[in-house]
Unconditional design. Structure first.
Lengths: 882, 110
């Protein structure tokens, strides 16, 4: 009677706790297993197989058998100390290097795959570490917190806190040892070569004290500088001191004209200090807090350094209590919630956080694909070497030693890959930093993206993890060998069956990982393509832009005179095909406000809709090549004294004037408009691209610059002529009109557009690169697995063909088996990929994270590539080799 | 029925006797004891193999893996010179023991 029961396995299980040497165990299992098998064959027909098996197993469990085990202990079991001694590890390393040298192909493929995975993860981690984790370059940066007003709508739009609230908090809070407020602004400095416009921060003395930074020269602010009537003082940043004052060490006490007023320089901050983000100079906050009730005053950012022993949680609890009390006193019914968060965490928008971590997740997927490839390579080796391993076990190698030998080999691969990966990451970091510099991305001053020590520790951790992930399966496989089976198994059929199951699982994992990446890359590709193909409905080509600010923000008549003179003089520059002055530029800057349409009734002022607005001079339409769908544009005859006019865009017309002719209708803009603000719609333009990540095609209202009452800064745009000459020409013209007016933010329109689109362009491109990397790795890995499984099954296929199967039907069978794996892997992969895409929303452009076309295209690619690779393996050719 | 004590004392003697004629493997030894004693004496793997290994350690018997074409290898035990001497000694003392019992109890063989 045939007994499928493996009695030897039962004996081995019975002996598990006796700790025999594997070969002793195998002999005992062989002898007693055979005995039981024979006994069962005899007993089963008499009392039935179930009862027979139970009886024999009960006999095997009897205590007397322990003596058999102890008497069979012929060979010493390798002791733990011997297994892990340094000489044995060294021997393993030497042996590992020697045996890897014999298969340079495996080594090269494995190292290349892992190096790519480790390199990309290292690069992404460097970016995250340098930007988000390292924190501010001050003492104990984790204790510096930023306090902001949470958005009551929960959309994550953070807001500033009114100065009146800050004053009360400062008086009553106990959580922070140092407390301060700041707000950022731009300021013009004049005198010397030429006027400049720079980023500054207005700070209370506490705001700089929070950082703990000392002035390199002179002093920082004291609370006396913050008094409303204090003489104006200014603290220079290193760059200004270097460029404008040529590192003059006697600069302290000298005057500097800021926004047309004389300030006294009190000190210079050290190189690299640009707190809070990228500010080049500091002025004191000089607000009068005396008459301010809570909820009133200029909105400010609050920073604090936590008192020793106080955690953020405590600070937030205290803050919640304080803000509730203020709201009650204020009679404010809206739920105001002020939150303290670690400074960097609060200053970097949540969507950037989520995008960067999505990218880190994506490169980990690439790394896992690489690990799967290496695991497959090692598994292939393990299958080919099962005889060798069988002999090693027979000669007394313990299972731990066999596992360790396998892990040492994957460790050697991962070690080499880590070195190559760090080199790869280094060049990636250099390229990333260069790109960020080239597009003048607004990176915060603390961002320091390079291979810091924690990044290198991260590399070591990743390499160790990668070697375990890729080495453990093959190692366990090797250790599970049954010495006798392996040594007798000439055809490798037993071992390859088991290897086959494992590598099929790896294939599914690999397909899952690469289709996740493929999906993410698909979304990014579509975003980038859409962005490149996008017609913004205005010209960006050969347009020079700059920004100027009138020397005094209060003297509006003088500013108006300046702007009118400028408009006239710019238009007459030779080679200029169009010139415009506007309070912003299309496509890159977002300004908006509430709008009221005549005839509509709004229950509360807050219910009036918000629209984008842009005040332009008459040259706008010619300069930017904007056509008119209806009516007329803003003309040079639309002056302050004439009837107020607006031009609306198509989106606005559909939104507010659906089904009616908007021409002649009236709207008014502003927070508290008066009757004088009613403006007549005179024209409709196409909807212009607005460069806003939330809504790229918003409703928009163009007004006449000449009819804007208060303007101190304007953008200028010139079409035609070349950029460098324009910069000098514009400077000369401006200087002739007012020598104190700075010309700044000089850039071509194309540059500005690219800068505004950099998350999609740069990060999206990186995503696509990750996707391509994982696809290439997966394609290589899948080919190897398919080729391996086909070659392992040549005997089976030979039999099938001998029995009448055609070569075609054998190929079909293999492909069908592959299809199941592909379908399974893809389903899992797309679920993971959808999560990655969701987290990386900030890099999407006009593609919804659920876009079915992208899913379809990715599915097709995820199917076709493995199928193509699999059919590339010809079983008939594989057969001939047998 | 034979008591365990008696069985234990006689087991080594029986195995040595069975191996005297030719080398045998464990299963064969169990079957022979069972059939020749007509089921009075039985062994389990848990009692047979400790005994065999003990005797092998003592040098009375020697085990050897024998592989025949088309069959799995089997471990055969043969009697060694020391085992043969032990068997003779046990036979003598058993004979003396039986004689003594007979004299005392008056049991006679039919």
């Amino acid at each position: 009677m045939h007994d499928p029961h493996d009695w030897r396995a039962d004996v081995r299980a019975r002996l598990a706790s006796s700790g025999l040497h594997p070969q002793d165990e195998a002999e005992l299992a062989d002898e007693v297993g055979q005995h039981l098998e024979a006994q069962f064959a005899e007993l089963a027909p008499k009392i039935g197989p179930v009862a027979a098996r139970e009886q024999l197993l009960a006999e095997l469990r009897e205590q007397g058998f322990d003596e058999a085990a102890s008497r069979r202990r012929r060979r010493a079991r390798p002791s733990r100390a011997r297994v892990w001694s340094s000489t044995s590890v060294l021997r393993d390393l030497r042996y590992g290097f020697r045996s890897l040298r014999r298969s340079p192909g495996t080594v090269a493929a494995g190292v290349a795959a892992l190096a790519l995975g480790i390199g990309l993860t290292t690069m992404m981690y460097s970016i995250i570490y340098g930007l988000l984790l390292k924190g501010l370059p001050f003492d104990d940066p984790s204790r510096i917190a930023l306090i902001y007003r949470a958005d009551p709508t929960g959309r994550g739009e953070e807001d500033l806190v009114p100065y009146g609230d800050y004053v009360r908090y400062r008086a009553e809070q106990r959580s922070f040892a140092v407390y301060g407020a700041y707000y950022t602004a731009m300021a013009s400095i004049s005198g010397g070569d030429r006027p400049e416009r720079i980023d500054v921060a207005r700070v209370t003395s506490g705001a700089l004290d929070v950082t703990g930074a000392r002035a390199a020269l002179g002093r920082t602010f004291t609370s006396a500088d913050n008094a409303p009537d204090a003489p104006p003082t200014v603290l220079l940043g290193y760059a200004i001191w270097r460029d404008r004052f040529a590192r003059d060490s006697s600069v302290v006490g000298k005057p500097l004209r800021v926004n047309g007023r004389a300030y006294t320089i009190i000190g210079v901050m050290p190189d690299g200090f640009e707190f809070p983000r990228s500010q080049k100079m500091w002025l004191p906050v000089q607000l009068d807090a005396a008459g301010l009730a809570p909820g009133q005053g200029r909105p400010v950012n609050i920073v604090g350094r936590l008192r020793p022993g106080v955690e953020l949680g405590n600070a937030n609890a205290e803050l919640a209590g304080l803000s509730r009390r203020l709201a009650r006193e204020n009679g404010d019914t809206a739920a105001v919630r002020d939150l303290a968060q670690p400074f960097v965490r609060a200053l970097i928008p949540a969507r950037v956080y989520s995008l960067l971590y999505a990218m880190l997740g994506a490169v980990f997927l690439v790394l896992l694909v690489a690990c799967a490839n290496v695991a497959n390579l090692l598994l292939d080796r393990a299958a080919n070497r099962s005889r060798e391993i069988g002999i090693r076990v027979a000669l007394g190698a313990s299972r731990v030693a066999v596992i360790r030998q396998s892990l040492v080999e994957s460790g050697i691969l991962a070690g080499m890959a880590a070195i190559a990966g760090v080199a790869l990451a280094q060049s990636g970091i250099v390229a990333f930093n260069r790109t960020m510099l080239a597009i003048q991305a607004d990176t915060p001053f603390w961002a320091d993206i390079r291979l810091h020590l924690p990044v290198l520790l991260f590399v070591i951790g990743v390499a160790v993890a990668a070697s375990i992930v890729s080495g453990l399966l093959p190692a366990l496989h090797s250790a599970r060998v049954d010495v006798n089976t392996i040594l007798k198994d000439e055809s490798h059929s037993a071992s390859s069956r088991r290897v086959g199951r494992l590598s099929r699982a790896i294939v599914v994992a690999e397909i899952a990982l690469s289709s996740a990446m493929l999906l993410a890359a698909g979304f990014m590709t579509k975003s980038i393509v859409r962005m490149r193909m996008m017609d913004p409905h205005f010209t960006t080509n050969a347009i020079f832009t700059a920004r100027i600010t009138a020397s005094s923000s209060t003297d509006t008549a003088r500013a108006r005179q300046l702007f009118e003179g400028l408009e006239r003089d710019l238009a007459s520059v030779s080679g200029v095909d169009g010139a415009v002055l506007a309070n912003g530029l299309p496509g890159v800057e977002w300004q908006g406000g509430r709008v009221e349409v005549e005839g509509h009734v709004y229950a509360r002022p807050q219910e009036r809709p918000v629209t984008r607005t842009l005040a332009v001079s008459s040259g706008f339409f010619r300069t930017f090549g904007v056509s008119l769908l209806q009516g007329r544009g803003i003309l040079s005859t639309d002056r302050a004294q004439t009837q107020r006019v607006v031009v609306i865009n198509d989106a606005f017309a559909r939104w507010q004037f659906a089904g009616v002719n908007p021409i002649g209708r009236r709207i008014r803009l502003g927070e508290t408009p008066t009757d004088a603000d009613w403006a007549t719609v005179v024209g409709v333009i196409p909807t212009l691209y607005a460069g806003n990540s939330r809504n790229a095609w918003p409703p928009e209202v163009l007004t006449s610059l000449a009819q804007e009452p208060r303007l101190s800064s304007v953008s200028i745009a010139l079409r035609g002529a070349d950029g460098v000459a324009n910069a000098a020409t514009v400077r000369r013209i401006v200087s002739a009109l007012d020598p104190e007016v700075p010309v700044y933010s000089i850039a071509s329109m194309d540059e500005l557009m690219f800068r505004a689109q950099w998350p999609v362009r740069v990060l999206g491109t990186m995503f696509v690169l990750f996707g391509v990397a994982s696809l290439v790795l997966a394609a290589i890995g899948l080919y190897a697995v398919m080729a391996f499984s086909v070659s392992r099954r040549t005997r089976e296929m030979g039999i099938r063909i001998a029995l009448g199967a055609t070569a075609g039907s054998v190929v079909g069978m293999i492909c069908r088996q592959g299809a199941v794996q592909i379908a399974l892997g893809m389903t899992v992969g797309f679920a993971v990929g959808a999560l990655v895409v969701q987290a990386a929303r900030a890099a999407l452009f006009e593609v919804r994270p659920s876009d079915p076309w992208v899913f379809g295209a990715s599915a097709l690619a995820a199917c076709l590539i493995p199928a193509f690779r699999a059919t590339g393996v010809d079983p008939v050719i594989a057969l001939r080799s047998e | 029925m034979l008591t365990d004590e008696l069985k234990k004392g006689s087991a080594e003697f029986l195995l040595l006797s069975l191996l005297e004629a030719e080398p045998r493997h464990g299963y064969e030894l169990q079957k022979l004891i069972e059939s020749r004693s007509q089921g009075v004496l039985t062994f389990h793997v848990a009692s047979l193999y400790p005994l065999l290994y003990r005797m092998e350690d003592r040098g009375w018997i020697a085990g050897k893996w024998v592989e025949k074409a088309g069959e799995r290898r089997r471990r055969f035990y043969r009697l060694t010179a020391a085992g043969r001497a032990a068997l003779e000694a046990q036979r003598d003392s058993w004979r003396e023991f039986v004689t003594a019992i007979n004299r005392v109890s008056g049991v006679r063989y039919a």
